[in-house]
Write a protein that binds this ligand. Structure first.
Ligand SMILES: Nc1ncnc2c1ncn2[C@@H]1O[C@H](COP(=O)(O)OP(=O)(O)OP(=O)(O)O)[C@@H](O)[C@H]1O
Ligand SMILES: [Mg+2]
Length: 507
C-alpha cells in the first residue's frame, strides 16, 4: 500500500470516528471556515443543514442561526467572544446554550494546532430534565415537611450540623445549629449517636432536651439514619413529655396525700383506743401516788413518789392529746375570716405564758373571702405552727424570724396560710414523718410529737391540705390551704376587717 493510500485510509477512519461520536462535532480552519461536521451536529442544527457544508463561515453560520431563531443572540455573542479569545494552551469553560426543539446543549470550543478550532455540542436535555424533576420533587417534599405538624430535624452525622428543621421543630427546640445543642446534658448527644450507629435507628430514647429559652424538659427522641448524596444524615423527631411528667408528679402527690390521710386515720383510731384504755389505769396511778404521799414521811420516798406522780401526769396529758387528735372533727363550722384567726393566734402566742424567742412578722392579705371553719381549731393550727418554728429556732440557735402570711388563691377558690421560719429547717429523713403522731426530734420530755398530727387532722377535716416546703436559705415553711366553701356566704352581717394587723413586726 502506498503512502498516500495510507493517509487516505487514516483520514477515512478518522471521519468514521467523528461520525460515530455521540456529540455534535464541527471543525473550523484557521480562517474560521467549516471543514467538516458530523451527522449529530447536523441533526442538532437541522435548520442550518443546507449551510453546513465545507467552507461555510463561522460568523455567517452564527448570524444565520440567530436570524432563523435557532440560537439566541446572547448565546451567539458568548460563542463569538469565546472563540475570539481561544488559546491553545488554556482550556475554556463550556457554555450551556438553548438549542432548537427545547434542547439544552453544552458547547465546548477548543483551539486546534493548525490555528483553527473545534466546536462540540453535548446534548444534556435529558439530564437537565431529570435534575429539574428532582428539584421539583425536592421542593414538593420540602413543602410537605413545612406543612407537616410533626417536628423533624435533619443533621449530618459527620459534623452534627443541622441541615433541616421543620417549623414545629424550631418552635419546640429553637434555631439549633448543631444536633448536640438539643440536649441538656453534655454527654447525651454522644449516647444518642452511639445508640443510632449500629442499626441506623433509635426508638423513643429518653432524653432531657432544651427549650429555646434554655429550660430543660423531658422528652423521647426517635431517629433514622439515611444517606443523602453520599453523606450520612440523621432524621430525628422529638416527643415532648413535659405534660405527662407534670401529670405523673400530680398523681404522685395525690397518692402521697391519700396515703398520709389513710395512715393518719388508722393511727388516730388506734391511738384513740389505746388512750381510752390507758385513761383509767393512769388515773389510778396518779391517785394512788398522791394518797401514798400523804401516808409517808421519809423524804427520800416522797421524792420518788413525786417522780411517779409527775411521770403519770405526763402520761395522762399525752393520752388526753391523743384523744383530742382522735376526736378532732370540725366541731362547729361558722363563717370566719382567716386573717382574724391568724392575728388572734399570733397574739395569743406573743402574750402567752412562755412568750416567743423569735420575731414574728405578720403579713395578712386583708381581703380574704370568709371560710366556713371551726375558728378555735384553725387557731390551734396557727399556734402549733408558730410554736414549732419558735422552738426550732430557740433550740438550734439558728435564725430568729418567723413570717406568717395569708393569701387568696382566687382561681383555686382557696385561702392560704404560710408560716415560714429561717431556723434549721427539717432534715431530709424527717420530712416524710413530721405529720406522724409521736414523731418528734425535740429532746425527751419536751415534745410529744402531737402538734403536727393534730394540725393535719384539723386541716384535712376541713377538706384542706397542709404540707412542708423548704424555705429559701434554709428554714422550714408550712403551707395550709383551705377551700372557700359556699357556706361562707350563709351568715349575714358586716365583715370583720383585719385592718391594722395587715403588716406588723413585734417581738
Ligand atoms: N419549723 C420547724 N423547723 C424544724 N423542724 C420542725 C419544724 N416544725 C416541726 N418540726 C419537726 O417536726 C417534728 C414534729 O413536730 P410536732 O409539732 O408534731 O411535734 P413536737 O413539736 O416535737 O411536739 P409537740 O408539738 O407535740 O409538743 C418536730 O419535733 C421537729 O423535728
Ligand atoms: Mg409541736
Amino acid at each position: 500500500v502506498s503512502e498516500p493510500d495510507q493517509a487516505v485510509t487514516a483520514q477515512a477512519s478518522l471521519a468514521d470516528a467523528v461520525e460515530a461520536l455521540d456529540e455534535g462535532f464541527a471543525l473550523f480552519d484557521d480562517t474560521a471556515r467549516l471543514r467538516l461536521c458530523n451527522a449529530r451536529f447536523r441533526e442538532i442544527y437541522a435548520g442550518l443543514a443546507a449551510m453546513l457544508v465545507p467552507g461555510a463561515s463561522w460568523e455567517l453560520l452564527l448570524r444565520e442561526a440567530v436570524s432563523r431563531g435557532l440560537l439566541d443572540a446572547a448565546a451567539a455573542r458568548r460563542l463569538r467572544t469565546t472563540e475570539a479569545r481561544l488559546d491553545p494552551a488554556a482550556g475554556v469553560e463550556p457554555l450551556e446554550i438553548a438549542a432548537p426543539g427545547g434542547r439544552v446543549v453544552v458547547a465546548s470550543l477548543s483551539a486546534t494546532r493548525a490555528g483553527g478550532f473545534v466546536l462540540t455540542l453535548r446534548d444534556v436535555t435529558a439530564r437537565r430534565r431529570l435534575e429539574a424533576r428532582e428539584r421539583e420533587a425536592d421542593l414538593l417534599l420540602r413543602k410537605v415537611l413545612e406543612a407537616c405538624p410533626a417536628n423533624v430535624l435533619m443533621s449530618r452525622v459527620a459534623d452534627g450540623a443541622v441541615i433541616y428543621r421543620s417549623p414545629p421543630a424550631t418552635e419546640l427546640l429553637g434555631p439549633v445549629g448543631r444536633h448536640a445543642e438539643l440536649f441538656a446534658e453534655p454527654t447525651a448527644h454522644a449516647d444518642f449517636i452511639a445508640a443510632l450507629l449500629p442499626e441506623g435507628r433509635v426508638e423513643a430514647m429518653p432524653a432531657v432536651l432544651l427549650r429555646p429559652d434554655g429550660t430543660a424538659f423531658p422528652a423521647t427522641i426517635s431517629a433514622r439514619m439515611i444517606a443523602d448524596r453520599g453523606e450520612a444524615v440523621v432524621v430525628s423527631t422529638v416527643t415532648d413529655l413535659s405534660r405527662e411528667a407534670a401529670m405523673q408528679a400530680e398523681l404522685a402527690e395525690q397518692r402521697a396525700t391519700i396515703f398520709q390521710t389513710e395512715k393518719m386515720s388508722a393511727l388516730g383510731e388506734l391511738l384513740a383506743g389505746v388512750a381510752h384504755e390507758l385513761n383509767n389505769p393512769l388515773s389510778v396511778v396518779v391517785g394512788q401516788a398522791l394518797m401514798l404521799r400523804e401516808d409517808v414521811d421519809d423524804p427520800a420516798i416522797v421524792r420518788r413518789l413525786d417522780k411517779i406522780g409527775a411521770a403519770a401526769e405526763r402520761c395522762a396529758r399525752i393520752v388526753k392529746s391523743f384523744l383530742a387528735i382522735a376526736r378532732q372533727q370540725p366541731a362547729s363550722l361558722a363563717p370566719a375570716e382567716l386573717d382574724v384567726i391568724v392575728a388572734t393566734g399570733v397574739d395569743a402566742m406573743r402574750n402567752g405564758p412562755t412568750g416567743l424567742t423569735a420575731t414574728v412578722e405578720v403579713a395578712l392579705a386583708g381581703d380574704l373571702p370568709r371560710i366556713a371553719v371551726d375558728a378555735d381549731q384553725i387557731a390551734q393550727v396557727v399556734v402549733n405552727l408558730v410554736g414549732n418554728a419558735d422552738q426550732a429556732i430557740a433550740s438550734s440557735g439558728r435564725g430568729g424570724l418567723i413570717r406568717v402570711s395569708t393569701r387568696h388563691d382566687a382561681p383555686a377558690a382557696i385561702v392560704e396560710l404560710r408560716v415560714t421560719d429561717d431556723g434549721p429547717g427539717i432534715p431530709e429523713p424527717a420530712l416524710g414523718r413530721v405529720f406522724d403522731p409521736l414523731f418528734s426530734t425535740r429532746e425527751a420530755g419536751k415534745g410529744a410529737g402531737i402538734g403536727l398530727a393534730l394540725c393535719h387532722r384539723i386541716v384535712t377535716a376541713h377538706r384542706g391540705t397542709i404540707r412542708t416546703e423548704p424555705s429559701p436559705g434554709g428554714g422550714a415553711t408550712f403551707v395550709v390551704r383551705l377551700p372557700v366553701a359556699a357556706v361562707a356566704a350563709a351568715l349575714p352581717g358586716p365583715r370583720r376587717r383585719a385592718s391594722g394587723l395587715a403588716s406588723e413586726v413585734a417581738r
